[in-house]
Design a protein around this ligand. Structure first.
Ligand SMILES: [Zn+2]
Ligand SMILES: [Zn+2]
Length: 280
C-alpha cells in the first residue's frame, strides 16, 4: 500500500511538497484553499505549474484534494446548495490544474429531509458540478460516521447516491476506517472486515473503492461519533490495521492518514507504525 497524510496548505502550495517529503509520503491529500471559508483566490497559473513540476520530480502519486468544510451537497437551502455545487466544480478545476486525480467529498447533512431525498440531492449536485467542470477529475464520496444528520454512513446510502450520478466513470468511494467503525462496521475483527467488503461488493462493486482514509477510532463501534485517533491506539487497533493494509483487496489502494497532529512527531510515529504493520 502507498501511504501518505493529509498535508497542511498553510503558507501556500510551495510548502506542501516539502512537508510531504519530510513525512515520507508516497501519496497525499490537501485542501486547495482555506477549508473554513467560502472565499478563494484564483489559482495562479505559474504556482500551479511549479507545483506540478516539483510533484512530478518526487514520484508522489496519486494526489487528492479534499472539499472544504462549508459546502453541503445535500442542503435543502437552495442558496447553500448552489454555493456548494459551485464550490465542488471549482475544486474539480483546481484539482486538474494541480494534477490531483480526485476530489474527496462527504455526502453532507440532510437537515430536515429524509435520507433518500438528501441522497438524490447529492447525486444531482455532483451531476451539476461535473457539467460545470467537464474534465476527467473524479469525485470520491467519503463514508461518514453518521454524526447528527450526516448522510452517507451506510454502503446502501452511498450506493443510492452513486446510482444517481450520470457519469459513472467519474464517481468512486473513499473509505474512512474511523468513520466506518463509528457507523457500525466492525473493522477491528476479521469477520467484520470481510462482511463489510462483501457488502461493499454487492452494493457498489469493489472497483468503486479507490482510496482509504486510514484513521483509528477513539469512539466505540456504532457510536456515530467522528473521532480520529493514532494508528493502532484506538478501537480498531494494531491487529485490525494489520489486516486492513495487507488485505488483498485493499493492499493496492492508496492509504491517507488524517490522524491527530500537534507536531510532526505524531505523523512520523503513525507512518512508522503503519509501515511496520504492512510488512506482515
Ligand atoms: Zn473527509
Ligand atoms: Zn476521512
Amino acid at each position: 500500500m502507498r501511504f501518505g497524510f493529509h498535508i497542511s496548505i498553510s503558507g501556500g502550495f510551495a510548502k506542501i511538497i516539502d512537508r510531504a517529503l519530510t513525512k515520507q509520503c508516497q501519496t497525499i491529500q490537501f485542501f486547495s484553499r482555506n477549508p473554513r471559508g467560502w472565499a478563494y483566490k484564483e489559482l495562479d497559473a505559474v504556482h500551479a505549474q511549479a507545483f506540478r513540476e516539483s510533484l512530478a520530480a518526487t514520484g508522489i502519486a496519486p494526489v487528492f484534494i479534499h472539499l472544504p468544510y462549508l459546502p453541503n451537497l445535500a442542503s435543502s437551502d437552495d442558496q447553500l446548495f448552489k454555493r456548494s455545487v459551485n464550490a465542488l466544480s471549482e475544486e474539480l478545476r483546481r484539482a486538474e490544474a494541480l494534477q490531483a486525480s480526485a476530489v474527496i467529498a462527504h455526502a453532507g447533512h440532510r437537515g430536515i429531509r429524509s435520507e433518500d431525498e438528501a441522497d438524490e440531492r447529492v447525486s444531482s449536485a455532483i451531476n451539476m458540478a461535473f457539467a460545470m467542470a467537464p474534465n476527467s477529475v473524479k469525485v470520491l464520496l467519503e463514508n461518514t460516521a453518521g454524526q447528527g444528520t450526516e448522510i452517507g454512513y451506510t454502503l446502501r446510502q452511498l450506493r443510492h447516491i452513486v446510482r444517481g450520478v450520470s457519469d459513472g466513470s467519474r464517481i468512486g468511494i473513499c473509505l474512512d476506517t474511523a468513520h466506518a467503525f463509528a457507523a457500525g462496521y466492525d473493522l477491528s475483527t476479521k469477520p467484520g472486515l470481510e462482511t463489510m467488503l462483501d457488502e461493499f461488493q454487492s452494493h457498489l462493486g469493489l472497483e468503486k473503492l479507490q482510496l482509504l482514509h486510514l484513521n483509528d477510532s477513539k469512539a466505540p463501534l456504532g457510536s456515530h461519533a467522528d473521532r480520529h485517533w493514532h494508528i493502532g491506539e484506538g478501537f480498531i487497533g494494531r491487529p485490525g490495521f494489520r489486516r486492513i493494509v495487507n488485505h488483498p483487496v485493499l493492499q493496492p489502494l492508496p492509504g491517507i492518514m488524517e490522524t491527530p497532529r500537534k507536531t510532526d512527531r505524531e505523523d512520523f510515529n503513525n507512518m512508522s507504525v503503519i509501515r511496520k504493520l504492512s510488512h506482515y
